[in-house]
Design a protein around this ligand. Structure first.
Ligand SMILES: Cc1cc2nc3c(=O)[nH]c(=O)nc-3n(C[C@H](O)[C@H](O)[C@H](O)COP(=O)(O)O)c2cc1C
Length: 96
């Protein structure tokens, strides 16, 4: 397989994994559970601990649990955000 095909396969796998992760986060929320994704970890160590087969690479951990009833104060206050604040619109330049 050439690099382009391998890149396409990796991209598709990543999109699937992240879609599954987003669905799991929503499911946890709907069950009243706290959930938080983590990507900073040793992939090698986790693969060893979980005895993952060769070629299976852990991409994301989702921590699940019952959220504490008392929450620490937010680190910084944010005013109410609107969708407009989160969206950036731009068009690429058409060559030629
Ligand atoms: C894609 C993604 C990856 C993340 N990776 C980490 C991580 O590696 N370590 C970490 O402490 N928080 C990570 N976070 C943030 C945590 O999931 C969590 O939101 C953050 O620790 C704040 O938690 P808190 O609101 O309970 O304080 C990540 C968040 C996202 C969306």
């Amino acid at each position: 397989m050439n690099d382009t095909v391998l890149d396409a396969i990796r991209t598709r796998r990543t999109v699937r994994a992240m879609t599954a992760a987003a669905t799991m986060l929503l499911a946890a929320h709907s069950l009243g559970l706290g959930a938080g994704p983590v990507t900073s970890f040793s992939r090698t160590a986790l693969a060893t601990v979980l005895n993952l087969p060769a070629g299976v690479r852990p991409e994301l951990i989702i921590c699940l649990g019952h959220a504490a009833t008392e929450q620490p104060p937010a680190m910084r206050r944010q005013g109410a955000r609107r969708w407009d604040d989160l969206i950036h619109w731009e068009r690429g330049k058409v060559e030629g």
